[in-house]
Structure formats: C-alpha cells, structure tokens
Design a protein around this ligand. Structure first.
Ligand SMILES: C[S@@+](CC[C@H](N)C(=O)[O-])C[C@H]1O[C@@H](n2cnc3c(N)ncnc32)[C@H](O)[C@@H]1O
Length: 211
C-alpha cells in the first residue's frame, strides 16, 4: 500500500500501534491550534450540553469540560484506539458524569434528538461518506437555536499534502457553506478563518433555526 493511502486511512480511523503512538501525537500537536480556535468560537456556557463528533484523543473534551459546571459533554469516535486514549485523558470527568465517550460510527449511533446546545467537530468533515445525511443528523440532535462549529482546512491547502483522494473528500469554504445551507435548518452560516503557519484554519458556524 502506498504511504499516502496508509496515512489517509489512519487519519480517517486510527488503529494499531501506528494509530496509538503516531497518529495520536499528530492529532494532539498538529490539530491543537484549530481545536483551540474552534473552542473559542463555540463560546461555552457552564450549563451547556455539548457533543464532539470524532473526538480523537479527547483533548478538546478535556479542555471543554473545564468550563462546564452543570453541563455535560459527549464525545463519539469510531476508532477503538482513539477512544481508549480519550477515556484515559478524561478519566475523572467520566467517573463524575461530566463526560461520556462512545465508541461508534456517528451516522449509526442512536442519539436522542434535540438535546445538545452545541455540537463541534474538528477535522472530520473530510471523512463523511454521506455528508447530507451526517449534517441532517447533526441538526436533529441540536436544540433549536443550538450552535454548530465545524473546523476544517480548505481543499487548496490540503492538496499540498500527500493524501489519498478516495479517503479524503476536500471542500472549499463555499462548498461547506452550501452543504450546511442545503439543509434549510441552519441560520447565520459564516466561516471564520485564522492564518496559521502552513494552512489556513477555517471554522464553519451556524445556528439551528426554531422550526
Ligand atoms: C483527523 S481525526 C481528528 C481528531 C480530533 N477531532 C482532532 O482534531 O484532533 C478524525 C477522527 O474522527 C473519527 N471519525 C471519522 N469518521 C467518524 C465517524 N463516522 N464516526 C465517528 N468517528 C469518526 C476518527 O476515528 C478520528 O479519530
């Protein structure tokens, strides 16, 4: 297998020793700035119920849970390897009920509808096999007026990396806005950007309408 295919598969669903020891470091270091930026945009209230889709090593969950009082955060990731690290990184808050982590495919997991004030997902949009289905499902889980933040890098920047196009689906900012807007259920859709050393950091933001 070519390295670009192997690496892309690991980025989509880390596994084995490479996933545990290499991808986890790449996520924690390489995605830190986007995670920090997106968390700031999420604008957490202490009573928020939050969901993170594709939580990886659970470091963002750890940071968000510091700001919650009565609120809780759920994380979901379909990689067993990532979930075991995320559980380790959030052990005390899992014990006290502030954090829940599920090992499952987001598209298939039976979440309750209308329960989240905020949903966040960082660097996962590239792997959504049926983006219209995934975004519709996200919007069913958000409460009316709930906020969605999706962190990503644009096609132009990602194309500089040696990634496998059959695994990574890349987007322009405009394509993400169209994807979110097509649902008819998100309002005030905007893209915030931050220049970073090699790739521009983008966060798509929207609010679920009241319908
Ligand atoms: C590139 S990593 C990003 C991890 C983390 N959000 C970060 O910024 O460091 C993508 C993560 O999403 C998870 N993932 C991808 N598709 C998923 C799906 N359909 N359901 C649950 N998790 C998914 C992968 O297992 C992986 O841990």
């Amino acid at each position: 297998m070519r390295f670009s295919k192997f690496f892309s598969k690991q980025a989509k669903k880390p596994s084995g020793l490479y996933g545990r020891f290499r991808m986890s470091k790449i996520f924690d270091k390489g995605n830190l700035e986007m995670n920090t930026y997106a968390k700031q945009i999420l604008d957490i209230n202490p009573e928020d119920n939050i969901l993170e889709i594709g939580c990886g090593t659970g470091m963002l969950i750890k940071e968000i849970s510091r700001e919650l009082e009565t609120g809780v955060i759920d994380g979901i990731d379909f990689s067993k390897t990532m979930v075991s690290i995320a559980i380790k990184n959030n052990r005390s808050n899992i014990k006290n009920g502030k954090v829940h982590i599920h090992n499952a495919d987001f598209d298939k997991f039976p979440f309750q509808e209308n329960i989240y004030d905020k949903i966040i997902s960082i660097n996962t949009i590239y792997f959504w096999e049926n983006p219209d289905f995934t975004i519709s499902k996200i919007l069913k889980l958000l409460k009316p007026n709930g906020k969605l933040v999706i962190g990503f890098h644009i096609k132009e920047d990602m194309n500089k990396m040696d990634l496998d196009n059959s695994i990574f689906r890349l987007y322009t900012k405009e394509e993400v806005v169209i994807l979110l807007g097509d649902t008819g259920k998100l309002e005030n859709i905007t893209i915030e950007t931050k220049d970073s050393c090699s790739k521009c950091i983008c966060c798509a933001i929207g609010e679920r309408n009241k319908k």
